[in-house]
Design a protein around this ligand. Structure first.
Ligand code: UDP
Ligand code: MG
Length: 319
């Protein structure tokens, strides 16, 4: 039997944001799967500013099960950062990242680990189907992954979330990547190594509701794009040249008609307005795109800690 203090084979990292309805059953199912696997393991829950009873339940889990630990972040830092905190604190030879809502079936860890043992440093779980999610979410997600693969050079696998197993080598590379705007699935792909996928059917949320609002999804998508692609900036440059080209042709036309055809060309309120508005719009879009990059550069320059830990189980052990 695994001992509590040795380096475990698997650390399971679970970000928690208002998951009181899922924690007990999740803990039970994880324990069942992991204890049947002939590996040593630890479960690391990261409470990401929950406002329900999640933290109390996590304390209970950790008190009753020596293989379970928790971190309590001082407020809601967001899913990607919660997972990052878990990765920073886990000790395993490999880490499984899994959602708390049982949309990712814990039983799949067996297959993930098996593929990992065959020599793959990253094994991600690709969603064959997704149940219980709105068509809008599925459609935007699909669009987004297609867009990402066109915009970036790195190969972000289509239709995968963060449910995956990664080797200690990958965890160490991730820990050395200092960026503030985390887009883990892209960063993991960037690390290289041997990566493969297994397929699964995504279940519905067991209890509670999603905390990924469309707003958060847009922010997340922008993080992904800005950290892996300069294409939007190039697009602005392209727009600039195109507009200048059109302006040049129009200028030629105006001059020719003025000098050769003596047309005063005083009409044209509509065309002037259209041009002004069109150019104004394009300039604002350009500034906005630059701003997205600039804001992220600002965050990286300030270089604040990514998260603050308010409380953690077995403090003395981890110190
Ligand atoms: N989560 C988190 N912080 C947040 C939002 C979500 O730690 O700010 C956790 C949440 O508890 C869950 C996982 O991230 O374990 C995925 O969240 P959710 O199920 O809401 O996202 P969805 O599956 O709808 O994309
Ligand atoms: Mg979910």
């Amino acid at each position: 039997m695994p001992t509590v203090n040795s380096v475990p084979d698997i650390s399971v990292i679970v970000p928690i944001h208002n998951e009181e309805g899922n924690i007990p059953i999740l803990h039970e199912r994880l324990t069942q799967v992991l204890s049947g696997m002939e590996v040593s393991y630890e479960i690391v829950f990261v409470n990401d500013g929950s406002r329900d009873r999640s933290l109390v339940l996590l304390r209970d889990c950790a008190a009753s099960d020596p293989y379970t630990h928790y971190l309590d972040l001082s407020r809601n830092f967001g899913h990607q950062i919660a997972v990052t905190a878990g990765l920073d604190h886990c000790r395993g030879q490999s880490a499984v990242i899994i959602d708390a809502d049982l949309q990712d079936p814990p039983e799949l860890i067996i297959d993930l680990y098996q593929r990992h043992q065959e020599g793959f440093e990253v094994v991600y779980a690709r969603r064959r189907t997704r149940k219980g999610e709105s068509w809008l979410k599925k459609a935007t997600a699909r669009r987004f992954y297609r867009l990402m693969s066109r915009l970036t050079h790195i190969d972000i696998p289509l239709d995968t979330g963060d449910f995956r197993i990664i080797d200690r080598k990958v965890i160490d590379v991730l820990k050395a990547m200092p960026e503030q705007n985390k887009f883990l699935r892209g960063q993991i792909s960037w690390t290289g190594f041997r990566q493969t996928a297994i397929e699964y059917d995504r279940d519905e949320r067991h209890a509670g509701k999603t905390s990924y609002t469309y707003r958060k999804m847009v922010r997340f998508a922008l993080d992904g794009i800005t950290s892996f692609s300069e294409a939007p900036l190039r697009f602005v440059t392209f727009l600039g040249f195109t507009c200048s080209g059109i302006a040049f042709l129009l200028a030629l036309y105006a001059l020719v008609s003025y000098f050769f055809f003596q047309e005063e060309y005083v009409r044209g309120w509509a065309s002037t307005m259209l041009t002004v508005l069109f150019m104004g719009g394009i300039q604002l879009i350009g500034i906005g795109i630059i701003g997205e990059y600039l804001a992220r550069i600002g965050a990286n320059v300030r270089n604040r800690p990514l998260y603050v830990v308010a409380e953690q189980s077995d403090q003395e052990e981890q110190a």
